[in-house]
Design a protein around this ligand. Sequence first.
Ligand SMILES: [Zn+2]
Length: 186
Amino acid sequence: MEFYRHQHPGDPDWLVRAALFHGHLGPWLVLGARIGADALARLDTPGQWKIEVVCWMPKSKQRTPFSCLLDGLQASTGATMGKRNLRFAYAPDVLDQGWPVVYVVRREDNGRPPEGVVYYPARELHALFAEVKPDRMEEASRSLACEEEARLFIANPMSPEAFSRYEQILACERAAIAEAAESDSA
Ligand SMILES: [Zn+2]
């Protein structure tokens, strides 16, 4: 695995930032960064503390290179592991034929109610990723960086059902955090 040492003069700033943060330039990173950027635009939010990101991932894909998706989301949205607003989740019925599904939710803010977008991989993405050769990964990633959006993902407003799945995840997390804090002070 090559580090991202040779910045291409044509690389846009967002791609450079994502690659420097992640350490290398790969297709799953680019997909995450593209999804995150689209979500911030759709939800009209600067991201960071104002959003929650849930990455539904098959158990077999919670490892690299697939998990690089998380760093792409992190670099582009500012939702981070440290802020506890970015996480993996698993539920077979949410996944799309073994492929990840991403929820990005803008929290309630100044009277604006919460709003979310759900991202499914586009059918074309399967073929695009299958074509990526390990020795030409940076090249393939650069072409994904300017690929037509519709060939990468499908974005839909989150349904009430999706919203309740999201709220369940957050409630479980809060309970686990509270339980851990209690056991610490016991
Ligand atoms: Zn990677």
